[in-house]
Design a protein around this ligand. Structure first.
Ligand code: COI
Length: 354
């Protein structure tokens, strides 16, 4: 049996609930009253605590700031019809967190610290879990290197933090995306599969360029030929081609998305054929032109299922089918939501009801 950990609880003197407008919740800007933190020092995790959300004292020399030894995750908690709260596929995010930690030479966070910290935090801030349709509590686990040392080496000390933020979907409308053929997000043998800060940092410049051209998001291609589609950086990509669900296979340059995996399982359950394989830019562009590609969407925890409306490639814009008419992805998205919000049976055991 897993032992119950000793988590120190310090309650916020005042809640910010009364001054928070739940009808206006931009992604990642409004934080709940508390956070969870733990420290890795001298080879062990200690100081487990739930405390008021706020600044964390740290040296300006910590190696996370200088050399980017930092990883994170994203998962969500949903309000159930009976008022309880359920966290979706927490185990998958926990496993991926430690995969990222391993690649970045960081210590694993023990499962009981991750899960019991999460449970303690959500329970103390349980009133912050929204109940409006399509809203949820976004949970952001993060770990960063704390050694105040300017030499380049894996740190000996780390901080693990859980933050929570009530939110709606990351994107509010179908996306206009650009297939990127100059810059790359990740390279073979690199850290593309890890959820580490640098992957996001290197995407910012190309993303800003694309925004100036009127795009909402990039579609990254492979670093060698730029002929194969990888992912969107904030989400995985899924297409419907000739009635089959087609998605780029997971490789060292692509994040193994939990929402992607969930959608694959739901599609298979619904009898839809799924292909995880390399997807070429040519196939996508020709598919739009000849009508064999009928749907395209981004899939991620923050993004949920976000339809792609237009794709830019080498100066041309390709317009996809009207997103309301997309029966495959809209059907799966509905099923996914119903399970997460406790409106349909959870036959895969994905919901962790607290
Ligand atoms: C998530 O979907 O949880 C993510 O981490 C994407 C984020 C970069 C917005």
């Amino acid at each position: 049996m897993t032992e119950t950990l000793d988590i120190k609880i310090t309650k916020a003197e005042q809640t910010r609930l009364a001054v928070t407008d739940f009808s206006e919740l931009p992604f990642g800007k409004v934080f709940t009253d508390h956070m969870f933190t733990a420290d890795f020092e001298n080879g062990e995790w200690k100081n487990l605590q739930v405390l008021p959300y706020g600044p964390i004292p740290m040296s300006p020399a910590i190696s996370a700031l200088h050399y980017g030894q930092a990883i994170f995750e994203g998962l969500k908690a949903y309000r159930q019809p009976d008022g309880k709260i359920s966290v979706f596929r927490a185990n998958k995010n926990f496993e991926r967190f430690n995969k990222s930690a391993d690649r970045m030479s960081m210590p694993a966070v023990p499962e009981e610290i991750f899960m019991q910290g999460l449970s303690a935090l959500i329970q103390i801030d349980e009133k912050w879990v929204p109940s409006q349709e399509n809203y949820s509590l976004y949970i952001r686990p993060v770990m960063f290197a704390m050694d105040p040392y300017l030499g380049v080496k894996a740190s000996d000390s780390y901080k693990f933090v859980l933050l929570t933020t009530p939110t709606g979907p990351y994107y509010s409308k179908p996306l206009k995306v650009k297939i990127e053929t100059e810059f790359t997000r990740a390279d073979e043998g690199g850290v593309g599969f890890a959820k580490t800060a640098g992957n996001y940092a290197r995407s910012l410049y190309p993303f800003e360029q694309a925004k100036k051209e009127g795009f909402d998001q990039l579609i990254w291609t492979d670093s060698v030929t730029h002929e194969f589609i990888e992912e969107a950086g904030t989400a995985n990509l899924i297409f419907v081609i000739n009635g089959k669900l087609v998605t780029p296979s997971i490789r060292s340059t692509v994040l193994d998305g939990v929402t992607r995996d969930t959608i694959i399982k739901l599609a298979e359950e619904a009898g839809i054929e799924v292909e995880e394989r390399r997807v070429s830019v040519k196939e996508v562009i020709e598919g739009i032109e000849n009508g064999s590609l009928t749907e395209a969407f981004a899939a991620g925890t923050a993004a949920t299922v976000t339809q792609i409306g237009e794709i830019g490639y080498k100066g041309n814009i390709y317009t996809l089918t009207d997103s309301a008419s997309r029966t495959v992805s809209n059907g799966i998205a509905q099923k996914l939501n119903d399970i997460r919000y406790g409106l349909a049976p959870d036959q895969f055991g994905w919901n962790w009801v607290l």
